[in-house]
Design a protein around this ligand. Structure first.
Ligand code: HEM
Length: 298
């Protein structure tokens, strides 16, 4: 999605909606404090409320920002800056790992609250329906953009020109094709390692390879298959729009080094190489542990 113009088209957000929202501005301004009090009373029931909003300083700051967001909905200005602000809200919430359900539930509360103000202040049925329709559209647009940032912070890129937009679309398609070919290559690599696995058994049975070497070689092949499977799983996750865990690469490197250690351990005079490989595995192990501990998954 590129611009708010496209989003407005999808939601059939038109001049009538802009007019309706601007019309509601003064009523909403008069109810801002009540709005904030209501939202806070609602969100204070969330289990993690105090974890995310632990003290008055943060709560006051959030309330000011919430007020600004609320009044902005009735400004009549819905341009790309507006879109950027919404995206930023999503990013901030996503960064602090606020469950997206909290945002959706709060938005639901806000929708009901605004509806109640409209029902309280207007008697004409048609007017009420038209105002509620516009409110629903702008709230849905807000929720859509904010939640999109949860799905993928980087996905919702707001381009400035058509050319930029085309380049972004092309490169994202290209990267998708690359991911797809990576998955296919990984599958092929797995099949080849399986071939290696059967080849070791064949060598043992018909070419007189030693039993010890065969077992170690088979173990090495299994280790590589396990690591490729991890990598494949991560690639598939990425294709499904989830984040890629970089730690899978570290796991693959560790598996490859472990395989070498297994092979070298059988060869005499290789203790120097085994020690270096051991050190490398230790370093990779620490990096792997740190990545998983910190939850680095990009
Ligand atoms: C419809 C629902 C919500 C809206 C529209 C909203 C709006 C905002 C806005 C405008 C910001 C400032 C973003 C920026 O810095 O640019 C913000 C930040 C924040 N929001 Fe919300 N919020 C919502 C729900 C919640 C809920 C349910 C919680 C927690 C239970 C929460 C916790 C926070 C926190 C902790 C920050 C960062 C505050 C700071 O350190 O400045 N928000 N929110």
């Amino acid at each position: 999605m590129d611009t708010l113009h496209e989003i407005k088209l999808i939601y059939s957000f038109n001049d009538k909606d802009v007019e309706n929202l601007k019309f509601l501005k003064s009523i909403m301004e008069a109810n801002t404090n009540e709005f904030i009090a209501g939202v806070y009373s609602f969100i204070s029931n969330f289990e993690d409320f105090s974890k995310f909003l632990p003290n008055d300083e943060i709560r006051n700051r959030h309330q000011e920002k919430l007020k600004f967001w609320f009044l902005n909905m009735f400004s009549g200005e819905y341009d790309n800056d507006y879109l950027r602000r919404l995206r930023r809200i999503g990013e901030v919430h996503s960064d602090i790992k606020l469950p997206s359900h909290y945002v959706s539930a709060t938005m639901n509360y806000i929708r009901n609250y605004i509806h109640s103000i409209i029902l309280r202040n207007f008697t004409d049925g048609d007017k009420k329906d038209s105002l509620i329709e516009s409110i629903n559209k702008i709230l849905d647009i807000n929720l859509d953009i904010i939640i999109s940032s949860y799905i993928d912070e980087g996905k919702l890129y707001i381009s400035h020109t058509k050319f930029e937009s085309r380049v972004i679309k092309l490169s994202s398609k290209f990267s998708y094709i690359l991911d797809l070919s990576l998955v296919l290559t990984l599958m092929l690599a797995t099949a080849m390692v399986f071939f290696l696995f059967f080849f070791e058994i064949y060598r043992f049975a018909f070419s007189g390879a030693s039993f010890e070497t065969t077992v170690v070689d088979i173990l090495g092949a299994m280790l590589i298959i396990w690591a490729i499977r991890e990598l494949l799983e991560e690639e598939v996750k990425k294709l499904q729009g989830k984040k890629f865990a970089l730690s899978a690469f570290i796991a693959l490197a560790m598996a490859a080094l472990l395989r070498k250690v297994l092979i070298f351990s059988l060869a005499p005079h290789k203790s120097h190489e085994v020690a270096i490989l051991g050190l490398l595995i230790l370093v990779l192990g620490i990096v792997y542990w740190l990545m998983n501990k910190k939850g680095v998954d990009t």
